[in-house]
Ligand binder design. Structure first.
Ligand SMILES: C[S@@+](CC[C@H](N)C(=O)[O-])C[C@H]1O[C@@H](n2cnc3c(N)ncnc32)[C@H](O)[C@@H]1O
Length: 179
């Protein structure tokens, strides 16, 4: 599910984030909101080529200039792209999970149904240890998985503090980790 525009704006502003990095693009709804909020650069990794093409059509200038980079890959491979953020404080919106276009195999060739562990391992490779990490869809993860995610985030930096944010339907569904 996309994130609420004001929640995104608030997290970007109060944490002074320069870049936006998403996993799971889908119809680019949150990417569109991120552009409205105004980051310096945007990255989104999506398994399905058709969603990537749709996003390139939605943002022709920003994608051809490289301001928006749409990456057609499994976000389990995020470690191959994490260097793109450099030393810029980044807001990560981790939202890749089984889905895809109608009629497609929901698991495609993805390494995991929810690739969150791979994504957090990639973030751990960053020199900066104060990126904002938003993990969507807590409702589809069990308590054990959520605890495991928090543990992995604290292994990136033990100073991370957690809160739970609401999705646009008013459900407390987003884990927010900030330093
Ligand atoms: C809930 S939708 C994303 C919604 C979008 N982030 C937003 O906020 O508007 C989940 C997306 O993750 C994609 N996806 C699923 N597994 C993936 C994977 N392993 N790597 C990258 N994308 C994946 C699906 O194809 C789908 O487009």
């Amino acid at each position: 599910m996309p994130i609420d525009l004001e929640i995104l704006r608030n997290q970007k502003d109060k944490n002074d984030c320069k870049y936006f990095f998403e996993t799971g693009l889908y119809h680019a709804t949150t990417l569109e909101k991120a552009v409205e909020v105004g980051f310096q650069k945007y990255f989104s990794i999506e398994l399905y080529a058709s969603f990537c093409e749709m996003a390139k059509e939605k943002f022709p200038e920003k994608t051809s200039s490289g301001e928006i980079m749409i990456i057609n890959d499994d976000s389990a491979n995020m470690k191959n792209y994490i260097g793109l953020v450099g030393n810029n404080k980044t807001l990560f919106w981790l939202d890749a999970h089984a889905g895809g276009p109608k009629g497609s195999n929901p698991f495609c060739n993805a390494k995991a149904k929810i690739p969150i562990e791979y994504e957090l391992q990639a973030i751990k490779l960053c020199d900066r240890k104060d990126h904002v990490i938003l993990v969507d869809d807590l409702r589809i993860m069990g308590k054990t998985k959520i605890e495991q995610i928090k543990k992995m985030i604290l292994e990136i930096n033990p100073l991370y503090k957690f809160s739970i944010l609401e999705n646009p339907s008013g459900v407390k569904d987003i884990l927010c980790a900030v330093v």
